[in-house]
Design a protein around this ligand. Structure first.
Ligand code: C2E
Ligand code: CA
Ligand code: CA
Length: 752
């Protein structure tokens, strides 16, 4: 738009200049023409007056000449001498008609008219032009213009010599049309001559004429005027023609010049338009099409600079786009690009049919590796994992790093089987440990599979479902899990539970249940494990497996732990007052071991309640201790120093090494119920594990306890293997405090 107006403006400017030039030329031609016309006409008039005078002079001369011839005529002189008037008159008439004079007069030396050709009108009267006669007497002859009978005449007078003057002969012509026609023939003028008595046929102030009024010299003092007139319209004709020619010519030149201006304006603005179009393309994100301007001038170099800029922008945008869509560490596509490609693949699948599969992958225990071996090793590990995943898959599949230790894979999956094969291949990628420098890391991953269209209709939902499946796999230690429809509601429930959890303590919805731990040999209950329950207003009594993980995730766990510890110690003190001498076991979460205030908190409560430190046992899972072994160890050492008892819970499910275990200041080893639940003489595997764990614990000087004892048979086996304590439904399920007290009072397990 701007370019077109630039072209138009340039064009208007050029045309305006041309038109002004043209108009200026025409105007000055016109004025110069007028000027010249005036001069020409003035000159013509002057010339005309000169011509008139010359003609009059010539006629006067001719008149004098012919009169002189007459004066020499012998018969004429004789007739004068004899005063023979009739003869004289006839001679005058003859001669007059020969020379075409209008009047011939003979005057005697006194100045009296003797005879004339006017019928004797002047005879015996004094000659009318006395001044002329006097001039002739002085000079020998005379001629002059005079008024005669109110008409302008030319008269000439010469003496008749015999040989002395005897008379004057005089002749005159009227200055009539013949004279005027002569002048008109020689000039382009119209002319009129009149004497003071008469008038002009021409009006001297007629605007169509340029005029020159000339008073002719007269010989009798009368006034004779000549008016010379030039018809201006006529005089203008050659100028008009010239002007017309110039006008036509300049119009042609103007048209040609305007055409040239259009071409010029185009040629100037055309490359500008090309540049503007190029800029528009860049704005729309086209960095490929170059600007083509075949010019060597400034605009040409502007175009070149523009093209360089364009490719620089393209390069930079490519870089930025790459950075925005790829993970800096591994160079793999990031979440944004993955989601993009997934949406694209789903859109394609909607048209063509095949299903799209994704697998979410989370590296197990990555945080531990990172914390133990350092971030650099962690980074190297992630790079290597990315590399292995890529090698496992086909070129057309996408591997992305979504963040942290989370990877995602997208592929075409015609069947479920196929998706599971891909998952198996991915798992296989970690069969060999990853060697980084001198460390060799055994990597395991949890994989969640979700398929389009079986599990979701869009990319976002599909990713969420694969995520849910992955968490299932992680929780169940199953390696791979396929999304189970309906898990979304589960997620929602989790979310709303997290919200409810905030108020659970304030509304006093938590409650402690107690389960006895009995000495195997004496069959007496020595401890009670406090197990928390949540009396949820909608969901009823909830088991800790359902909400403790949520509390851990949402950061509420330390509140719950403190509530449990406070409640448990209070209960312990209350029972003690009633004569029940029991130690209370409390479960700690991994996160509780990061709270360095916890030891102080616990010993403060114990001394307030007047209880010895050994009346509380803290149960900590193996994996909790492993999370940040160094720090956890410090907190545990602190607790131990204060005399609190410590137990390793769920022993056998984690990864702790013996060497590590040896350094922990614990008193009890609690064999995980998964080894105990099905413990029979026939179950050799479990038997071996339980036996060796008991031996191991005893070797390390620890009390060994088995949980999940449901049958008398397993009780007997444990007793035979030398297990110190047992816990399980065989005695009772966890019970509320009052029920627990009642159960204990009534049972054979009561102490004492
Ligand atoms: P845990 O510490 O291993 O607790 C023992 C669990 O095994 C209890 O489940 C108990 O009811 C169950 N159990 C006991 N005897 C038997 C048996 O003979 N057969 C079977 N099948 N199960 C038996 P519960 O009460 O649901 O607790 C589950 C887990 O929740 C606990 O496992 C513990 O890790 C956690 N937990 C419970 N209370 C708390 C708490 O106050 N704080 C923390 N951080 N965790 C807690
Ligand atoms: Ca426990
Ligand atoms: Ca346990």
């Amino acid at each position: 738009m701007a370019v077109r107006s630039f072209q138009a403006r340039l064009l208007y400017l050029l045309i305006a200049i041309l038109v002004l030039l043209d108009a200026g030329t025409l105007i000055s031609v016109y004025y110069a023409g007028q000027q010249t016309l005036r001069c020409t006409v003035a000159n013509e008039l002057l010339l005309g007056s000169r011509v008139l005078n010359r003609i009059l002079d010539t006629r006067a001369q001719q008149l004098s000449d012919s009169l002189r011839v007459l004066a020499l005529d012998f018969a004429f002189r004789e007739a004068i001498a004899s005063a023979d008037v009739p003869t004289i008159t006839s001679v005058l008439a003859n001669h007059g008609s020969r020379i075409a004079a209008d009047a011939v007069v003979l005057v005697n030396l006194d100045g009296t008219v003797i005879a004339d050709t006017l019928g004797g009108r002047l005879s015996k009267k004094p000659f009318p032009f006395a001044a002329m006669l006097r001039t002739a007497q002085d000079r020998g002859e005379a001629s002059a213009t005079v008024s005669f009978a109110n008409r302008p005449y030319q008269f000439a007078i010469v003496p008749v010599l015999a040989p002395r003057p005897i008379a004057w002969v005089c002749a005159g012509f009227e200055i009539d049309n013949r004279v005027l026609t002569d002048v008109q023939r020689l000039t382009n003028l119209e002319i009129s001559i009149w004497s003071s008595g008469g008038g002009s046929q021409l009006a001297p102030d007629d605007s169509r004429y340029a005029t020159l009024l000339q008073a002719l010299p007269t010989g009798d003092g009368s006034r004779v005027n000549a008016l010379l007139a030039r018809n201006l319209e006529e005089a203008q004709i050659p100028f008009r023609n010239l002007e017309l020619q110039i006008f036509a010519l300049s119009t042609i030149v103007l048209i040609v010049a305007v055409f040239a201006a259009v071409v010029f304006a185009r040629s100037v603005s055309q490359p500008l338009r090309v540049l503007a179009e190029g800029a528009g393309r860049v704005e729309r994100g086209d960095y490929v099409t170059p600007i083509v301007v075949q010019q060597e001038d400034e605009i040409g170099s502007l175009a070149t600079a523009f093209n360089q800029m364009q490719s620089a922008i393209a390069t930079r945008e490519d870089e930025i786009r790459f950075q925005a869509t790829h993970d800096a560490l591994t160079g793999l596509p990031n979440r944004t690009l993955f989601l993009d490609r997934l949406s694209y693949a789903i859109a394609g699948a909607k048209r063509n049919g095949p299903s799209v599969g994704i697998i979410m992958m989370d590296v197990d225990r990555f945080k531990e590796i990172n914390d133990t071996l350092g971030h650099q090793v962690g980074d190297q590990l992630l790079i290597e994992i990315g590399r292995r995943l890529e090698h496992t898959l086909r070129q057309s599949d996408t591997v992305a790093r979504l963040g942290g230790d989370e990877f995602a894979v997208m592929f075409m999956a015609p069947t479920f089987r196929h998706a599971e094969e891909v998952a198996a291949r991915l798992e296989g990628a970690f069969d060999l440990p990853i060697v980084l420098g001198d460390v060799s890391v055994d990597v395991n991953a949890s994989l969640g599979i979700a398929l389009y269209p079986a599990h979701a209709d869009d990319a976002g939902t599909l990713m969420r479902h694969a995520d849910i499946a992955m968490y299932d796999a992680k929780r169940e230690h199953s390696g791979v899990a396929v999304y189970e429809p309906g898990r979304d509601e589960h997620t929602l429930r989790r979310l709303s539970l997290i919200m409810d959890l905030r108020q659970a303590i304030a509304r006093d919805e938590l409650e402690l249940y107690f389960q006895p731990k009995a000495d195997v040999r004496s069959e007496r209950v020595g401890h009670a494990e406090a197990l928390v329950r949540w009396n949820h207003p909608q969901h009823g009594v909830m088991r800790p497996d359902e909400f403790i993980p949520l509390a851990e995730q949402s950061g509420k766990i330390s509140l719950i732990t403190k509530w449990v510890i406070r409640k448990a110690i209070a209960q312990c003190a209350a029972w003690r007052r009633e004569g029940l001498d029991l130690a209370i076991a409390v479960n700690l979460s991994a996160l509780d071991l990061f709270d360095s205030e916890l030891p102080t908190f616990i010993s403060g409560l114990l001394s307030d309640a007047g209880l010895p430190p050994a009346s509380i046992v803290l149960e900590i899972t193996e994996s909790a201790v492993m999370k940040d072994a160094a720090f956890a160890q410090k907190v545990l050492a602190d607790l131990k120093r204060r005399g609190v008892c410590l137990a390793i819970d769920d022993f056998g499910t984690g990864y702790s090494s013996l060497a590590h275990l040896k350094r922990l200041p614990v008193d009890e080893l609690k064999i995980d119920k998964s080894f105990v639940l099905n413990l029979t003489e026939a179950a050799t595997d479990d038997l071996v594990i339980v036996r060796s764990t008991i031996e191991l614990g005893h070797n390390m000087g620890l009390i060994v306890i088995a949980e999940g004892v449901e049958t008398a048979e397993s009780w007997q086996i444990l007793k035979r293997l030398g297990c110190d304590m047992a816990q399980g439904y065989f005695m009772t399920k966890p019970l509320p405090a009052d029920a627990f007290k009642a159960w204990l009072r009534a049972s054979r397990w009561a102490a004492g």
